[in-house]
Design a binder for this molecule. Structure first.
Ligand code: B16
Ligand code: MG
Length: 211
């Protein structure tokens, strides 16, 4: 029986995936490296340094240069995040979380991002989840299931009792690897391993009603 929902952050709860794209694009343009939305999809759910390797696409730089590029991207990204306010949270997301919690379903965040808490503070959602697991809690980012396993442990549930909602192919891989019930939204709907595909976050309510 499903007793919990673990949400990915970027691209599921918030449209911060667009800010990741804009920040990587700015760096790629500066380095004269082609970068488009299709390539950006490969970065979904993947850690910052692994994302940088995908952006650099085999071009060689020293470890110091790479660290500086990642820091520069993060600075651009955080400048965009710092303009976020509670109005950036959709009513669909707000209503879904409150409906789930009112029904006794545990809700958690499972995000690869080290900026998770900063973002949730900005948009006034830091107290809206029973647990938060993020890039600061883990050694391996998606497609490894570590972040979802940490989230499940923090809400006291087994993976088989949790839905994972993901927009990343790597995130669905992680959910499958961890033994969760993977629900795909956005770019992840093309993943054959998704057990359900939704158009908006509130569609998960219907999954409970069907169960
Ligand atoms: P940061 P999610 C992921 O967040 C993003 O999808 C991915 O594009 C990003 O590289 C990663 O977080 C790390 O983010 O640079 O902020 O630590 O989708 O797992 O919520
Ligand atoms: Mg995501």
């Amino acid at each position: 029986m499903i007793k919990g929902v673990i949400f990915d952050l970027d691209g599921v709860i918030l449209s911060t995936d667009e800010y990741h794209f804009l920040a990587w694009k700015q760096l790629a343009d500066k380095l004269d490296i082609p970068f488009d939305r299709e390539k950006n999809n490969l970065l979904r759910g993947v850690s910052r340094m692994e994302s940088l390797e995908i952006v650099l696409d085999g071009r060689e730089f020293s470890a110091e240069q790479k660290a500086a590029f990642a820091a520069e991207k993060n600075e651009t990204y955080r400048a965009l995040l710092s303009k976020m306010t509670p109005s950036d949270v959709s009513n669909d997301v707000k209503n879904t979380i409150s409906t789930l919690r009112s029904r006794g379903i545990k809700v958690a965040i499972g995000s690869s991002s080290k900026n998770t808490k900063f973002i949730l503070e900005r948009v006034g959602m830091i107290n809206d989840f029973d647990a938060i697991a993020d890039g600061n809690d883990i050694k391996r980012s998606k497609p490894d299931p570590e972040v979802f396993l940490v989230a499940a442990r923090r809400i006291g549930l087994a993976p088989s009792e949790c839905i994972v909602v993901e927009d990343a192919l790597a995130g669905i891989d992680a959910a499958v690897a961890g033994g969760f019930f993977p629900v795909a939204i956005g770019d992840a709907v093309k993943h054959p391993g998704a057990m359900a595909r939704i158009e908006e976050v509130s569609d998960i309510i219907a999954l409970f009603e069907k169960a």
